[in-house]
Design a binder for this molecule. Structure first.
Ligand code: GDP
Ligand code: ADP
Length: 298
């Protein structure tokens, strides 16, 4: 490979940069397993689907010790039991070894089974400032298989908000048209101010393609989705404590005193409605809460 344009030191530098990047990606994946952002089974699925990916390049011992509750002693016993050499990479496992490893993981860490009759349409609601937006963004970043629905709204964009990514920013007249033509799955006026609604078409298309769809909407919207799609999976995000909820609202610093007091009164009503939801998830840690939600319909 070495020639005038590619002297050996340049090749070596590039290779070492690639190795550092790959190590970093593997470390990130191990953190995802260690923090339960993804299950060990999910990492193995990714490795087998793409053997040359960072997941595929991970050595089996490295993978095993990323799993909570597996130390080095246990790791070595598991490798011996499964008859897998410590130099094996996940992407290079033979058929019999794959099955053995998958079975072992399923026995020790059973993945949550989908709740009977619940669809892949997930609605995430919860009181103001509990972290719905933060958790939804985490799901979008770590679970690309899940489509995060983009709502239409009549409120003005905030600095940094991107049309079509955070919201579709529409006029009142356009919102009226969307409602009149039945293009919204649900819609509501939120915090007595602006209108928000969920475009129906992208959701129908994603569900038809077998994808999971996440809606981050308010309680009124959640109730409408329940009425329109009774099999939807309704998830209520809870704060670790009321004081923590107040802290988060204050800490975010996006509302004045009067608006904060109003939102907290609404929050009390919303918390009282949590019994209408199929699942309750505590947002103590963003990554953990996101992983729990993503696992609900896997
Ligand atoms: N019903 C309904 N509520 C939505 C929709 N999109 C966003 N919301 C809710 O609108 C509220 C206000 O959202 P936003 O304007 O981003 O402000 P913030 O979340 O208060 O900072 C949140 O409670 C969202 O859950 C939607 O399509 N339908
Ligand atoms: N698990 C968490 N721990 C600590 N702070 C959090 C957590 N989740 C969210 N927050 C913070 O709480 C505030 C409200 O979160 P946000 O996502 O805006 O709430 P919502 O969309 O429910 O109104 C933000 O400042 C956010 O950074």
């Amino acid at each position: 490979m070495a020639d005038a344009q590619h002297p050996p030191e340049v090749d070596r530098a590039a290779a070492s940069r690639r190795a550092v990047a790959a190590r970093r990606e593997r470390a990130a994946l191990k953190r995802d397993v260690a923090t339960r952002v993804i299950s060990p089974q999910e990492l193995l699925r990714r490795a087998l689907a793409e053997p040359t990916s960072p997941a595929g390049a991970m050595r089996v011992p490295e993978f095993l010790t990323a799993i909570p509750a597996i130390g080095e002693g246990k790791r070595d016993r598991i490798l011996a039991d499964l008859n897998i050499s410590p130099v094996k990479r996940l992407g290079g496992l033979g058929a019999r070894q794959r099955v053995a490893l998958q079975r072992f993981l399923d026995e020790r860490w059973p993945e949550p089974t989908p709740r009977e009759g619940r669809s892949r349409l997930i609605v995430l609601a919860g009181p103001t400032a509990v972290g719905k937006g933060t958790v939804a963004a985490e799901i979008k970043a770590h679970h690309p298989e899940i489509l995060l629905s983009v709502s239409a709204t009549t409120r003005a964009p905030r600095p940094g908000e991107v049309e079509g990514e955070h919201y579709f920013f529409v006029s009142d007249a356009e919102f009226d048209r969307l409602v009149a033509e039945g293009e919204l799955l649900e819609h509501a006026t939120v915090h007595n101010r602006h209108r928000y609604g969920t475009p129906r078409a992208p959701i129908d298309a994603a569900l038809a393609a077998g994808r999971t769809v996440l809606l981050e909407i308010d309680l009124q919207g959640a109730r409408q989705v329940r009425a329109a799609e009774p099999s939807a999976t309704l998830v209520f995000l809870l704060p670790p404590s009321w004081d923590e909820l107040v802290q988060r609202l204050v800490g975010r610093g996006t509302e004045d005193d009067e608006e904060r007091a109003r939102r907290l009164r609404t929050a009390k009503k919303e918390l009282a409605a949590q019994g209408e939801f199929d699942f309750h998830v505590v947002n103590d840690d963003v990554a953990r809460a996101a992983a729990e939600i993503a696992a609900l319909v896997r």
